[in-house]
Design a protein around this ligand. Sequence first.
Ligand SMILES: [Zn+2]
Ligand SMILES: [Zn+2]
Length: 354
Amino acid sequence: MAIREGAWDCPHCGRTGNRGSAKFCGGCGAPRGEDVRFYLPDDAREVSDAAELRKAMAGPDWICPYCQGDNGAESSFCSGCGAPRDGAAVRPLVETRLAPPVVPAPQPVVSKGRAGGLLKKGCGIGCLGLLVLFGLIWFLGRPREATLTAQGFSWERSIQIEALQAVTEEAWEDAVPAGARVLSRRREVHHTNRVQTGTVRKSSTVTEQVQVGTERVKVGTRDLGNGYFEDIYEDRPVYEDRSHEESYDEPVYREDPVFAVKVRYEIDKWLPAREEKAAGQDRSPRWPEVQQAANERAGARKESYEIRFLDDKGKACVHRTPREAEWRRFEPGGAYRATVKPDGEVARFLDPEG
Ligand SMILES: [Zn+2]
Ligand SMILES: [Zn+2]
């Protein structure tokens, strides 16, 4: 329990660092006065002399109610005016707690300086280059506006012909479709069932914090009210990691196979076989004649129509549509405003002005 001598500053002449035990200023001789507060300099002297220690532990100084002089706890009369101590106020005992140690949180590493700057600059140029490139692609690829004159028409229609064909498939017995002709059956593992057959003894290491004692920690200082300070200590628990083995039972399983019958069978299915097509350059589209065998049927139908144009510069353009009504809208020699993609395909027809 260390006792150290504090210091005080004179409010009259401004002298700093007067010895804590001094009742008068070493600069101007003024008495310490009631309002002066003691403080503990970092390099404060530790008291070892027995007589001085006794004085430090005797209690706080008292303030003479008549002349405001500071007097040691051991004196019964004021050293300034001789008045008796009776009823005099004493200096307060003030405790100052140390701030708890701050553990710095790990800081994310931030790279700064030249490397980052260069990287940023590089990206800036790269992004600008990309922007210019995309701009160029957009500029070259954008549809241009033109007046188109219809030159020619064509159409194409097709019908998918499906044939009933025997296909070989496999399925679990309960999922074989109606009409299937069974070719073979065999037993196969359908799934497995998990069965617990017992347990196996295992162990793991468990680590716990255990209090193994206490340690005395300095937590602050106490102003003894007479120019001296006393360190304050506290008992803090000390912990240690203790490990021990803990055992437990882990279940052991067996996988039991469950068998079922897998069936290989043949079944008739309608499958695409060929396509019948009709095409023409006229304005009378028709469906192809379907020549179908006994095991065949007509399936999905498809149609597509095309109008060929020349633009005002004599370049060929084309418009394709799956709708006959749309195709019929155009007249041979008719003029139409449209936007045309670079590959010659019409992007969009523009409504006639007015
Ligand atoms: Zn002074
Ligand atoms: Zn006095």
